[in-house]
Design a protein around this ligand. Sequence first.
Ligand code: NAI
Length: 349
Amino acid sequence: MRVSRSELSQLIAVKLHQAGLSKEHADGVADVLVHADIRGIHSHGAMRVEYYAERIAKGGINTTPHFKYEVTGPSTAVFDGDNGVGHVAAKQAMDEAIQMAKASGIAAVGVRRIGHSGALSYFVRQAAKAGMIGISVCQSDPMVVPFGGSEPYYGTNPIAFAAPSHDDRLLTLDMATTVQAWGKILHARSRNESIPDSWAVDKEGHPTTDPFKVNALLPIAGPKGYGLMMMVDVLSGILLGLPFGNKVSSMYHDLTEYRNLGQFHLVINPAFFTDPVVFRQHISQTMDELNRIKPAPGFGQVLFPGQNNDLIQEEYEQNGIEIVDEIYEYLVSDTVHRNQYDHKDPFAK
Ligand code: NAI
């Protein structure tokens, strides 16, 4: 079904407030989730509300966190989220990073001790809307084999990048470093369909086409994606003095525990490197040039990174956001959560 942006935002905020979040933080999370849904990133939109509500209700999110922002050098800072909702901490940390980069040209801000923060494009697009280049990476729970391994070590450790153009478009890359998300395996299970053998491995580390035999996901492009996951884990885990690798807390393991996750923002002010007007003009130019590349057979047009989401957003802004009926029914119901996510099994959901 279709729902307007404002209705979806309000429904999400009310549900999270009922679960125990302050009104301000519930609104903040809703904004990040609606950003995901309206850009077609449904894996990180309203679909997550019931899980968050259960974790909040069970104490696995600090509902009265004391955020602490500490400037540690001319271009560096650490933002401590006190295990509150990651969405709000990561947003505030990005606001600080933008201010720092305005003055010093570059800002590297570590975000420590937070809950899940959702779709990272939200944060890098904050920077791009302020005329900066934004980069953000974060840890996620271990469910991916390192190249050549048969046991999970890293998470789906996403990487996001955004840059402003001379018009109102933003160049946006926002990707997990796995071939496919865990949700795609669940989707195949629910339909009893096989999966391509490039997505995941079984308990022995053999590629599998049977979604029920999946024990871990595979990184994108073999050792290269594995290397990117490592980089994300160093920046958002080891660098910030947080649990790293397979010690990163699981999303579904124990909903009463804080997650202590890390995220890392880097903001670059183009004005400290080149003429910022020319920079933005050239970003626009590169977008246009990409769109004019002759498409390969089977493709209508080459899109610049993020343009696929821009097109969805344009359509959803006009006609309402497409939401799965079940999710809408939950949002409008009196239920806060149904005790269904505390599985003690990282691969259960
Ligand atoms: P995806 O595979 O849907 O898209 C990846 C990238 O490819 C995007 O930048 C997209 O714009 C681009 N793209 C897709 N089709 C394109 C086309 N036809 N032409 C040009 N570019 C195209 O994204 P993925 O990897 O499934 O990630 C989904 C979301 O999950 C992201 O928002 C990510 O931040 C989030 N995530 C969050 C985690 C967390 O712990 N907070 C963990 C893992 C992922």
